[in-house]
Write a protein that binds this ligand. Structure first.
Ligand code: FES
Ligand SMILES: [Fe+2]
Length: 360
């Protein structure tokens, strides 16, 4: 994580959070922003699946960004992501099969190449003029470190930004696991807020490994760094989940301290990629990494399967209980923020700015 000038708690943030009148107006503004982006913010890359989920030849049905999608591999092994809706009469293409490097609809056999172009209509004799006019929506995809990312645009143009590819994903110096997790009843904003809210750890995760360690009282500071929004507890570092770097709009880096009993490698770095399934459900991919190789990696791998994975699920169970209990957008009703919510305020401001830019 790069260093940059500290922009700690600004007086206006503290004032904003203490002034109930202002807080109410900011809340109303945020509700409109959240409704506009409830199924995702377009023109960004999102993690959509681990590549290992597509192990066989069959296409894979996914729901991401409020859309039904189908992921498949063409004849060269390239990943393709289409809208899961045949151009003919709307059947799901994920019910079909990949034949000769083409995705073929199960209903009447229309066949599509990797770009989404229909190339054969069997009932019309195969390749024909009618096929030239039919196509399905195809989204650009990239694969990094075993994760498949897709660019979701709203104008059909090529990606305007580089796909997230932090060093930990592909560097041979880092070893680890991809852990997918799906939350039903939880919108993606509740998940993002949880990730920029380090003070929840000693309360919600009290008793769950190192996450419950440390003081219950602290001040939250936020730094605008070139690579993201750095949200930290001022009073302690690497005692519990004490800081995170938020990369707008949809992923975070978090360090979780590990004691010597967790094996070599020091703290575990967790890259969390957050993807809306739709307005009321969220998919996350946690890439859990330590900077170790060789025999150290094998020790950690063994400890992970024996003990540490269970501890991770204890933490996730706590998050799941709290986040589902918020009843998604109902959490905003009468919301009463404190100084410890500064990371949430700053993150929301980035979305509000994006909303304003769209309105212009
Ligand atoms: S609906 Fe797909 S071929 Fe008819
Ligand atoms: Fe948590």
């Amino acid at each position: 994580m790069s260093q940059a000038k500290t922009q700690a708690v600004e007086p206006d943030d503290v004032g904003r959070l203490r002034d109930r009148r202002l807080r109410a107006s900011e809340r109303g503004r945020w509700r409109a922003v959240e409704e506009a982006f409830e199924s995702g913010l377009r023109n960004h890359w999102y993690a959509v699946a681990p590549a290992s989920a597509l192990a066989g030849a069959n296409p894979l049905a996914l729901r991401r960004m409020g859309e039904d999608l189908v992921l498949w591999r063409d004849a060269e092994g390239g990943l393709r992501l289409f809208a899961d809706r045949c151009a003919h009469r709307g059947a799901r293409l994920s019910l079909g099969a990949v034949v000769g490097g083409r995705l073929c609809c199960r209903y009447h056999g229309w066949a599509y190449d990797g770009t989404g172009q229909c190339v054969a209509i069997p009932s019309e004799g195969g390749a024909c003029e009618l096929a030239d006019e039919a196509r399905v929506r195809a989204y650009p995809v990239e694969q990094h470190g075993g994760l498949v990312f897709a660019w979701f645009d709203d104008d059909g143009r090529a990606p305007k930004r580089a796909c997230p590819n932090p060093a930990e994903l592909e560097s041979p110096e880092w070893s680890g696991f991809i852990v997918p997790h799906e939350w039903q009843g939880v919108g993606w904003f509740r998940v993002l807020e949880n990730l920029v809210d380090p003070i929840h750890a000693p309360f919600l995760h009290a008793g769950t490994y190192t996450m419950g360690h440390g003081a219950l009282q602290d001040v939250i500071a936020v730094e605008d760094r070139p690579d993201g929004l750095f949200v930290k507890r001022e009073g302690q570092e690497l005692v519990s989940f004490d800081y995170s770097t938020y990369h707008f709009p949809n992923w975070c880096e978090v360090d979780v301290p590990y004691p010597w009993s967790a094996g070599p490698g020091g703290a575990m770095r967790v890259l969390v990629f957050v993807t809306p399934i739709d307005a009321g459900a969220t998919q996350i991919y946690m890439v859990r990494k330590r900077r170790i190789t060789g025999w150290k990696w094998w020790i950690w791998r063994a400890l992970w399967h024996l003990r540490l994975r269970r501890k991770m699920y204890d933490v996730l169970d706590g998050d799941e209980a709290a986040l589902t209990s918020q009843r998604n957008r109902a959490a905003l009703d009468g919301e009463f923020l404190a100084q410890s919510d500064l990371g949430i305020v700053r993150m929301r401001r980035l979305f509000a700015d994006a909303h304003d830019r769209r309105a212009r």
